[in-house]
Structure formats: structure tokens, C-alpha cells
Design a protein around this ligand. Structure first.
Ligand SMILES: Cc1cc2nc3c(=O)[nH]c(=O)nc-3n(C[C@H](O)[C@H](O)[C@H](O)COP(=O)(O)OP(=O)(O)OC[C@H]3O[C@@H](n4cnc5c(N)ncnc54)[C@H](O)[C@@H]3O)c2cc1C
Length: 451
């Protein structure tokens, strides 16, 4: 039997549930397919941190239930590998009760009229005449195959991106290289010893424990702690092994609330987040902050931007890639250019060793406010001047060369993303500029050309 809707969304994580809520509120008939069911709905392995600005933006459309916030955060403690330097970076946010958050979003979607198909795994897109016209799914309980049809389909299946990757030859099918992902593992533990300053999340830079990434403590209270790490995918290291060897022994663990791992896309934006009849959101669209791997805010953002473009597509009665292209443009202008800037910095950071990091943090090459600005918002001009001055007394020319190249190319590459083409036909020319600039930069920091 074929089920018909206006929009089919695969994946009821933050991106899918939020988009389905917004679309249903806008009057569309939405099917939300989710592999998980029952008490597993909304459960997600995550660090659970979310910046206040994301919550404020979301509140324009949907005010979060206070029960989803477990701890109010005032800032970040950034700790050097030798643990002699701690920079305290101000920035408000929350550590979420992530399962409550996930469940609450789905509840709101259902309340708004979304048809939730829990325990339904999307297997792949249905194609007709060169466009996606629906989703083939399996009802996990009965094993029955079901077909869902709609003018528009959304891939919100998280990092595996189950739908968009099954469209070979399409722009939206761009694969993730191991260089473009972080492998993460985390446990939520009950510690016998209260942590100091639980209002601050703690980020430890240490390339031997978390190569190409960092390890963290995100306190849900002074004794309930989300502790984990992310390592650069290209290194093919098992984050759990490093967790158990280096991190867990630091805690007196009374019990564990939840354990789990996953992979996170940490890269520049995909070339395109749309195709005929299909859009990708959240992790499925690689919409993540490449520096810290946070993607809950971007899952919300892509939900919001896509729902605007979908409304226009229905007004026009046109669901082609050309009409949906507007979503690419909105995304690149709003966040994609900053994602690209941060990706440049990410690549540079991944080439540093502990010695460089100890040096950089102890000398405060960047102060707390600048680090906050960089991590949250991207690069601005005053930072470049700061680096020029820093050259005088750094005494580490090779490190300086890498840092200043990163600042320069972050700006240049960000500018290219700001000029993302409004017309699809210009994409190849535009993308060639991206590749050329990336390769110039990569050579300067000792990496080969883009894989
Ligand atoms: C260990 C770890 C720590 C992290 N820490 C943070 C953090 O502190 N802050 C932050 O902002 N981000 C963090 N992230 C990233 C963040 O969790 C993601 O960016 C965010 O959850 C993306 O939301 P999403 O809706 O796109 O994907 P998801 O939350 O992954 O949701 C995808 C949904 O699709 C469902 N699904 C998958 N395949 C199918 C299928 N075939 N059919 C039907 N349903 C399917 C899944 O069950 C899931 O419910 C972390 C990630 C990890 C792995």
C-alpha cells in the first residue's frame, strides 16, 4: 500500500523532528519515519551541549520545555595538554537532558499534527522520472515493506545520510572522506567526587589522548558528567580504547547512565544539500561546526531554513532542484561560509602537536574572547592584525606560518562560500575556486591536495 503525504522526513532526530514540526504548523501533511521506537525514541549519543543563541533562535517558533535543560552553562574552560594553562571563555548555554530534548521535540511534532511512523527504517528513495518521489521503508516490527510518497522528501537520518547517499551521480550524493569525520565516544557517568565549577564545560586539548580532536567533560550536575572524546577519522583510532585507557581512570565512577559512540561530519559544507524532490538536513547534510563537532544548533537551523524553502516550493508547485537551490544559498550565506572558515582552522589545528598547543595556549596567542569568537562565529579582521603583531615575539616561525595561513585562507575561503552561486549552472566554476584555494592552503600547512 502506498501512503501519500506532502513531505516525508526520514529520521526523527533534532533536524527531522523540528522540520516536521515547522512544516506541520505551516499546514503541510508530514510523515516522520524513525527507526527507533517506544522508549528509544529521542535517545541520542551526544555531548549534550547547546549554545544559548541556538535556543533563543528556536524560541521564535517553539519555546523549549524547561525540563530539557539539565544544567545552565556560563562558559568553557579550555585546558592545555600539560594542564598548566586554562583559558576561561565566557559563553552561555546548556547541557541538555538530551533524551528529554529528543522526546519533547517528537511530542511537539505529533501535537502539531505530524504522522509519526516509529520503528520504520527508511531503506532508500523512490525515484521516478529523475526525481525523488518518496521513500521505501521497512516496518521493523512486522518486517513489512511500505512505500511513502510525497512531492518532497527530507533526509534527516543523521551522519549515515541514508537517502542522499543512495542517489549516485547526483550533486547531493557527495560522499564523506575519512578526513571529513570525527569518531566520538562518550559516557554519562555518576562520579563519586563532585567536579569543580560545574557551570563550565571543560575541553581538554591533548593530541595523544584525542588526536585531531579533544576530550571533554560536560557536567549535567557536579556529579553527573558527560565525558567523551572525538578523534580525527583519518587516523583510524578507536576512541573508546583511548577513553578507557586515558580518561576513565581519572574518575571515581559510581555508575553509568548511558554509553555510546558515533561519527560526526566535521568538514566544509557539502557542494549541494538538494536534488530533485529531496533536501538534506542536520548531520545528513554535514551541517556541523567543524571545530568542536557541535551540530544540534545546525540541525535546528537547517530545519528552519529548509521549511521556508519548502513553503515556497509548494506555492510555486515546483519541487525541482532549481527551486530547492534557494535552501543552499540561504544555508551558505547564513552559516555555510562560517562552517568553511572554521573548517580551515580545524585542518590547521589537526596538524599541531601538544608542544605547539602548550605554547599557543600559555602565551595566549589568542585571548579568551577571540577564541569564543572564532569557535562560535568564524574569523574577523582584527584577529589577522593580532597575528601580525604576535609574530614579533612568538619565536616559532613554523607555528606562526601555519596560524597566519589559516587566518588568511579562512577569510578567503569564507568569502568564496559567501559567493555561493544562486544559479546551479555556475556551481562547477565556483567549486573549482573552492578546490583551488583549499589546495593552496593545504600545501602551506603540509597536507596534500583535497582527497
Ligand atoms: C559523541 C557525540 C557527541 C556530540 N556532542 C555534541 C554536543 O555536545 N553538542 C552538539 O551540538 N552536538 C554534538 N554532537 C553532534 C550532534 O549530536 C548532531 O550534530 C545532532 O544530533 C544532529 O542531529 P540530526 O537530527 O541531524 O541527526 P540525529 O540526531 O543523528 O538523528 C537522526 C535520526 O535518524 C534516525 N535514523 C537513522 N537512520 C534511519 C533510517 N534509515 N530510517 C529512519 N530513521 C533513521 C536515527 O535513529 C535518529 O533518530 C555530538 C555527536 C556525537 C556522536
Amino acid at each position: 500500500m502506498v501512503e501519500k503525504f506532502d513531505v516525508i522526513i526520514a529520521g526523527a532526530g533534532t533536524a527531522g523532528a523540528y522540520a516536521s514540526y515547522l512544516l506541520s504548523k505551516a499546514g503541510f501533511r508530514v510523515a516522520l519515519l524513525e527507526s527507533k521506537s517506544g522508549s528509544e525514541l529521542g535517545v541520542k549519543t551526544c555531548g549534550d551541549g547547546l549554545g544559548l543563541h541556538h535556543v533563543e533562535r528556536m524560541s521564535r517558533y517553539l519555546t523549549p520545555n524547561p525540563k530539557v535543560f539539565q544544567n545552565e552553562i556560563r562558559g568553557v574552560e579550555l585546558i592545555s595538554p600539560d594542564e598548566r594553562t586554562t583559558l576561561v571563555i565566557k559563553g552561555e548555554g546548556y547541557v541538555l537532558d538530551r533524551f528529554e530534548w529528543g522526546k519533547w521535540l517528537i511530542e511537539e511534532a505529533v501535537r502539531a499534527g505530524v504522522s509519526l511512523f516509529e520503528g520504520h527504517t527508511a531503506n532508500g528513495p523512490v525515484l521516478e522520472g529523475g526525481r525523488v518521489v518518496g521513500v521505501l521503508a521497512t516496518d521493523r516490527k512486522s518486517g513489512a515493506k511500505r512505500e511513502f510518497r510525497a512531492p518532497l522528501t527530507i533526509d534527516a537520518t543523521g551522519s549515515p545520510a541514508v537517502l542522499r547517499t543512495k542517489l549516485p551521480g547526483w550533486l547531493i550524493a557527495e560522499p564523506l572522506h575519512p578526513e571529513d569525520v570525527s569518531h566520538a565516544y562518550r559516557e554519562i557517568i555518576y562520579s563519586a567526587e563532585p567536579i569543580e565549577r560545574p557551570q563550565y564545560i571543560k575541553i581538554y586539548l591533548d593530541m595523544s589522548i584525542a588526536p585531531g580532536g579533544y576530550w571533554w567533560i560536560f557536567p549535567r550536575s557536579d556529579t553527573m558528567l558527560n565525558v567523551g572524546l572525538g578523534v580525527w577519522g583519518v587516523l583510524k583510532q578507536n576512541p573508546r580504547a583511548n577513553y578507557e585507557k586515558f580518561i576513565l581512570p581519572r574518575f571515581k565512577v559510581r555508575g553509568k547512565y548511558h554509553i555510546g559512540g558515533g561519527f560526526i561530519p566535521t568538514r566544509r559544507p557539502l557542494k549541494s544539500l538538494v536534488g530533485n524532490g529531496i533536501l538534506a538536513l542536520g548531520d545528513a547534510a554535514a551541517a556541523v561546526n567543524p571545530i568542536h563537532g557541535g551540530g544540534v544548533g545546525q540541525a535546528l537551523l537547517t530545519g528552519e531554513l529548509s521549511s521556508r524553502v519548502i513553503t515556497t516550493a509548494f506555492e510555486m508547485g515546483d519541487f525541482s532542484e532549481d527551486t530547492l537551490w534557494r535552501y543552499n544559498v540561504l544555508y551558505m550565506r547564513e552559516w555555510g561560509y562560517r562552517q568553511a572558515q572554521l573548517d580551515v582552522l580545524r585542518l590547521m589545528l589537526q596538524t599541531l602537536d601538544n608542544d605547539d598547543l602548550n605554547f599557543g595556549l600559555s602565551r595566549k596567542i589568542l585571548n579568551e574572547e577571540e577564541i569564543y569568537h572564532l569557535a562560535a562565529k568564524g574569523v574577523n579582521l582584527s584577529l589577522v592584525d593580532k597575528f601580525r603583531i604576535a609574530l614579533q615575539f612568538m619565536g616559532r616561525p613554523s607555528l606562526f606560518k601555519k596560524l597566519s595561513a589559516a587566518i588568511q585562507y579562512a577569510r578567503e575561503i569564507g568569502d568564496i562560500y559567501l559567493a555561493y552561486p544562486e544559479d546551479k549552472r555556475e556551481l562547477d566554476k565556483w567549486h573549482w575556486r573552492v578546490v583551488e584555494k583549499y589546495n593552496e592552503f593545504r600545501e602551506k600547512i603540509g597536507l596534500g591536495p583535497l582527497p
